[in-house]
Ligand binder design. Sequence first.
Ligand code: GDP
Ligand code: ZN
Length: 309
Amino acid sequence: MTADAAQRGVVLEGTGGVWRVHTSDGTVHSASLRGRLKQDQHAKLAVGDNVTIGQDDPGDAWAITEIHPRRSRLARRAPGKRHAERIVVSNVDQVVVVFAFVKPEPHAGMIDRFLVIAEANGVAARLVLNKCDLATESDQMALSALYERAGYHVHRTSVRARVGLEELHDALAGRVSALSGPSGVGKSSLLNSMFPGVELRVGDISESVNKGRHTTVGAKLIPLPGGGFVADTPGLREVGLWGIDSNAVDACFPEIRACLGECRFQDCAHDREPGCAVRAAVAEGRVSAERHASYVKLRAELAESEHRY
Ligand code: GDP
Ligand code: ZN
């Protein structure tokens, strides 16, 4: 292979051993793994991977010749097998959790799940609350304040009233973002209005739409005009809460994490134990009662699944 034929690229998606690779000049090539890499058990390719591709001769098929080190990953762990993980998407800079103020009604517990998955994978998260045109100022304030107090950057947006789109655009530009949230909250509408070149069909990246093909297709990266990518993760739901240690879920709530190490008991579950610094923080308003309740619920759920497997 001639050296000047080699190019760096990002894997957009893969089906049946054929991977679509986006090179820095914006071209997309179909490529398969070079034989040597295919044999290597450790060289499992994932969407989002940075790779080198090349052709033996001009006009030949493209082959992936090298997989570059990953800087992050969203991985799905199998229940019961904590170490067997499958990377859903790699090199994600941030998880962008999208919900709507209404239609569909947001559920704080569900927002927390998405945020916990991001935290458990060590990926930064921000929250988008869309359809602010349909909510009163005080309803908007209540929900956004809840998450701002937890330490998250909250974007209040409206596609219809064109609110907050520029700021969200700038938060996505040039980065790899996993956009996630329930269907109908406006993910495709937001992307279409911020990145007119992207031309996503409205409803295209809804998780419900993708539900039927979770296992076969996995995530897909959408290149953004001007640089950066958005992963239409068929869900952080796909990544799931599996494998998150129930005893470590307290560290997945940033405001609770800030209290760790201050409880009377080292193995404090921050529920009914005396001398709990987290519950003290709830009483003082540093941790909200809603988030604490969410934590208790999630912890119990994870402990229950650990017990089962
Ligand atoms: P997705 O499933 O998350 O991709 O959501 P869509 O982008 O398909 O949007 C679902 C519905 O919500 C569509 O009918 C959109 O027109 C509507 N929608 C999206 N954003 C807004 C918004 O900011 N305000 C209002 N009122 N409706 C919106
Ligand atoms: Zn405690």
